[in-house]
Ligand binder design. Structure first.
Ligand code: 2P0
Length: 349
């Protein structure tokens, strides 16, 4: 039976609160977002598709402060500095433009995922910030509007507005800015029952040497493999939608694995090359191949970092997790399932 997942973010009233708290979860792309056609609006070259997780939530509170001269941003209890502060400030500026309000905000955000380790902290972070800021500034956005807004913080955040599986539409490529912006948002994907799990193998929780933003830019600008991958990713997405619709976990996994390896191939061919995969990554990849050889459907995907997420059936997750733990004893391995969309927490009125 096909289930149509529902967005969990209700339309918000315009008669605003001045403070709001939201929670959002990271997502892992099975069809990757890699490459922007518009850096300012964060418009991608290709559609992407992900599963929102039930682990590592980000909780963010936004409070308007009429007295403040600047936005004040706290990240895990510490004042945010540098690029993190700049990106949150630029995002709030966008929200202020739309709201007609000029008050600065006090933002307190708590991540439970290692920041900057290719585990999508910016997806949960900007999805939570978008939902909280939209409520605090009274934007009155529905889930589609929140997804578009979250996209402006970080592309992958557009997908974390929704729970379960979500597709982010690239939007019309040759349209004027306003139409292109309107056309680029995520929405839930209907799936048959898959009962999936993602076994997350954190082989290195440190921050990455090259940001995904810079790595994408370099790939689009210099990699001869970028266009061929982007073209084949369109076919991968069509195949993926069909596989999800019929609940074919093996096909979902095969398509996800080839799409991810192709994305990494584009970066390896960039000039200079971007290589996120480490020896421990390859050890896990080898183990996943062996699991398949032993009859366990398990498929790997990697993002802008060395960590590996292994898609399998929930019934096989413990066995897959044990195999991965044995392969990388110094790593941290945990099992995630499909998680909920971003939502406001019931406080602050
Ligand atoms: C994804 N990644 O689809 C891909 C796969 C990493 C590899 O989305 O520049 O932090 O803020 O839009 O969303 C990571 O990129 O980048 C990402 P920006 P984002 O999940």
């Amino acid at each position: 039976m096909l289930r149509e997942p529902q967005a969990t973010v209700p339309p918000l009233a315009r008669d605003t609160a001045t403070a709001a708290t939201a929670v959002a979860h990271p997502n892992i792309a099975l069809i990757k977002y890699w490459g922007k056609r518009d850096e300012r609006l964060i418009l991608p070259w290709t559609d992407s598709l992900s599963m929102t997780l039930d682990v590592f939530p980000t909780t963010t509170r936004v409070r308007l402060d009429p007295e403040a001269a600047h936005d004040e941003v706290t990240l895990n209890g510490e004042p945010a500095t540098g690029e993190a502060h700049r990106r949150v400030g630029a995002f709030l500026e966008l929200v202020r433009e739309r709201s007609g309000l000029s008050q600065r905000a006090v933002v307190d955000t708590r991540n439970t995922v290692p920041t900057g380790a290719g585990l999508a902290s910016s997806a949960s972070g900007f999805a939570a910030l978008a939902v909280a800021a939209a409520a605090a500034y009274g934007l009155g956005l529905d889930a589609t509007g929140l997804s578009r807004l979250a996209r402006r913080g970080s592309g992958s955040a557009s997908r974390s507005v929704f729970g379960g599986f979500a597709v982010w539409h690239a939007g019309p490529a040759d349209a004027a800015a306003t139409q292109a912006d309107l056309g680029s948002y995520a929405e839930p994907v209907p799936t048959a029952d898959l009962d999936p799990a993602l076994v997350v193998a954190v082989v290195n929780a440190g921050p990455k040497a090259v940001s995904s933003r810079e790595a994408m830019r370099r790939t689009v600008d210099t990699s001869p493999l970028y266009r061929p991958w982007a073209d084949s990713s369109r076919d991968d997405l069509a195949d993926m939608r069909a596989a999800l619709g019929r609940g074919d976990l093996e096909a979902v996994g095969e398509i996800a694995e080839r799409n991810a390896l192709g994305m990494h191939a584009t970066m390896l061919a960039a000039r200079p090359a971007v290589r996120y995969l480490s020896p421990a990554t390859v050890t896990v990849l080898d183990r996943v191949v062996r699991l398949r050889r032993d009859g366990v459907p398990a498929y790997a995907t990697m993002d802008a970092g060395p960590n590996v997420k292994v898609l399998c059936r929930r019934a096989d997750a413990a066995r897959v997790a044990d195999a991965v733990r044995e392969a990388v004893p110094d790593g941290t391995v945990l099992v995630a399932g499909p998680g909920p969309g971003a939502r406001l927490l019931n406080e602050d009125g």
